[in-house]
Write a protein that binds this ligand. Structure first.
Ligand code: ADP
Ligand code: TPW
Length: 577
């Protein structure tokens, strides 16, 4: 029996009487010393006592049904708080389940630490066939920003500090921390143990570019005829909302928010050109990227989607990101908050002026596109069976009454259409499939948003997307979290009307009554077949502040293959349908 398997008061008594501690106590003490207040995970050998002790010591432990969802929750907690979210997993299979989320966090630049128990080194390394045998450190390395293993209890404090520092400093990402069972159970002198722990000072130091780099960027913006600012989720993560807003408003620059940067300035801000996105990208001659990468989501900055002569300014904490796709004429390596403040300080009034012709061109296209969208929305309002846009308008209207609600969003059509229909009034309140376009983040992200903030959460899910983490509905109910899951149920991946040439359902077909599922866990289920029913159910569910799920019955024929990224499907010989 380890010290941690005793009750907390008994354990403290033993620890003080014998002046001993063990690996499990040291992990918890190290996390507490670094102000970690929640852990997301799934228990089992060898980490069950660690979860118990963490909980007994005042850290909130949220027990999941699958490590992938627990890991996604930790990643979202990292994004929302700027502290690494902690995911706790068991050896081999539990570790691997969590690894998807660790890799996804790294790709999204969210700080997260996956702490995993592991099996006996002397058995694993000789491949003698241990319980849950796996060389986890080697496996994690290629999917994480860094991977470390603690081999002695006296190194636990160092391991935790190193993991925290690596996760949050520079470009944030996922860090793996391997702690073998033997180290968790290792008993050492309590004073030595306490002295081996430390608190990380200034975990993500600020970084400002030199004045010449700032002036180069200002010069470029001042010379632009058609300037554009693109705000990405790195800008949202930076929690530099005030500096970003002041810079954008001081200069009058048109800006485009990437999906998770929505709300940094309210979506109805007059300088937002979200409704004229294609034109803005195609015509801009100077583009300032702020915490946004020129990856596939921005067409790699290539023509014809972009102006072939566009010149780029890039604000990013990671210097190696620059020049990854296009030449960066004015690099600004630093944290968004410091860089934007320095730009404000060095940009005199009237230094940057946006030509009226460009503003007018963007405004005209915005008005045109808003008009087109209004027609689509109007047509969807009364359509029966209900369309995606019918349900989404109803959700949009209810969310306007509840502006502090967090919005989680995944799916294909469910993602594209919700992003375009639902405006965000406040920063960091939209969490979605992100850089990989991954399915399965939904309920984990929703749980983290509720746990970390206490605010209500609405998760808008495609019916396929929902299934990836659907069992976490039980987690939401068990912890009685204020999460309302809205499933846009068109009975399929992308669409639900595909016929099959065999006796089996089509590869894209799905069939479920999700409202009945939540009832099994004690939550409130609703089934909505019209936009009015969606609005009534959502209003009621948000007012109750309890777990709820609204299964929205959507026309199986609504939706397009792969949503707006259909062009990424390989085009060979047409598959017979
Ligand atoms: P989006 O998908 O919204 O366009 P990306 O995830 O592609 O955004 O880009 C985020 C970028 O932000 C990354 O290149 C990352 O290095 C950068 N970043 C993250 N945190 C900060 C920060 N505090 N300051 C500056 N850049 C940051
Ligand atoms: C981990 C591939 C992309 S989008 C999607 C899948 C399976 C689901 C689309 O159907 P859904 O939405 O959710 O019903 P809608 O509104 O279009 O009907 N596995 C992982 N990630 C991805 N991205 C996939 C598979 C995929």
């Amino acid at each position: 029996m380890t010290i941690a398997s005793l009750g907390e008061s008994e354990a403290s008594g033993l620890v003080s009487a014998q002046k001993l501690t063990d690996g499990i106590h040291l992990v918890v003490d190290a996390l507490k010393l670094n102000e970690i207040d929640s852990i997301y995970g799934v228990v089992g050998i060898p980490i069950t006592d660690l979860a118990r002790l963490a909980q007994a010591s005042g850290i909130r432990f949220i027990g999941f049904r699958h490590e992938s969802a627990a890991g996604h929750a930790a990643a979202a907690a990292g994004f929302l708080t700027k502290k690494p979210g902690i995911c706790l997993t068991v050896s081999a299979p539990g570790f691997l389940n969590g690894l998807v989320a660790l890799a996804n966090a790294t790709v999204n630049c969210f700080p997260m630490v996956q702490i995993s128990g592991s099996s006996e080194r002397h058995l694993v390394d000789l491949q003698r066939g241990d319980y849950e045998e796996m060389d986890q450190l080697a496996a994690a390395r290629q999917f994480a920003k860094a991977a470390y293993r603690v081999q002695r209890a006296e190194d636990i404090g160092r391991g935790v500090a190193r993991a925290i520092r690596t996760a949050v400093s520079g470009r944030p990402g996922g860090v793996y921390l391997d702690i073998p069972a033997a180290v968790l159970g290792e008993v050492i002198d309590a004073e030595l143990g306490a002295a081996s722990l430390w608190r990380v000072v200034d975990p993500a130091p600020r970084q400002v570019p030199e004045p010449a780099a700032l002036d180069r960027a200002i010069e470029l913006l001042a010379s632009a005829r058609r300037p554009l600012v693109v705000l990405g989720k790195g800008a949202a993560y930076a929690q530099a909302d005030d500096q970003i807003r002041r810079f954008v408003e001081l200069t009058g620059l048109p800006y485009l928010p990437m999906s998770m940067a929505k709300g940094l300035l309210p979506d109805d801000h007059p300088q937002s050109v979200a409704s004229a996105r294609s034109l803005a990208l195609r015509r801009a001659d100077v583009v300032m990227l702020v915490g946004a990468r020129l990856n596939w989501l921005l067409g790699h900055g290539d023509a014809p989607q972009w102006n072939a002569d566009a010149r780029f300014i890039q604000v990013d904490i990671a210097s190696t990101e620059l020049d990854s796709n296009q030449p960066i004429a004015a690099p600004l390596v630093g944290d968004v908050g410091s860089v934007m403040q320095a730009l404000i300080d060095r940009t005199g009034p009237g230094r940057i002026v946006v030509p009226a012709q460009w503003r007018d061109e963007l405004a005209a296209r915005s008005a045109e596109n808003v008009g087109k969208m209004a027609k689509r929305l109007q047509a969807a309002e009364t359509a029966h069976p209900m369309k995606f846009l019918g349900a989404l308008q109803a959700i949009r209207d209810v969310l306007r009454e509840n502006p502090r609600t967090y919005l989680v969003n995944e799916g294909a059509n469910a993602l594209d259409l919700a992003r375009n229909t639902i405006g965000m009034p406040v920063p960091r309140h939209r969490l979605d499939s992100g850089t990989w376009g991954v399915m399965g983040i939904g309920l984990g992200y929703a749980i983290a948003a509720a746990v970390e903030t206490g605010d209500p959460v609405v998760a808008i899910e495609g019916d396929s997307a929902f299934g990836f983490s659907g069992m976490e509905m039980e987690t939401i109910c068990r912890y009685n979290l204020p999460v309302v899951t809205v499933v846009l149920n068109n009975s399929g991946v992308y669409r639900g009307d595909e016929g099959s040439s065999s006796g089996d359902p089509a590869p894209t077909a799905l069939s479920a009554r999700h409202d009945l599922m939540i009832a099994a866990f004690g939550g409130r289920g609703y089934r909505a077949t019209t936009p009015t029913e969606v609005a009534v159910a959502l209003r009621e569910a948000l007012a109750l502040g309890r777990p709820a799920l609204i299964d929205c019955v959507i026309d199986p024929a609504d939706g397009t293959e792969s949503g707006n990224i259909s062009h990424l499907n390989p085009k060979g010989i047409t598959v017979q349908r």
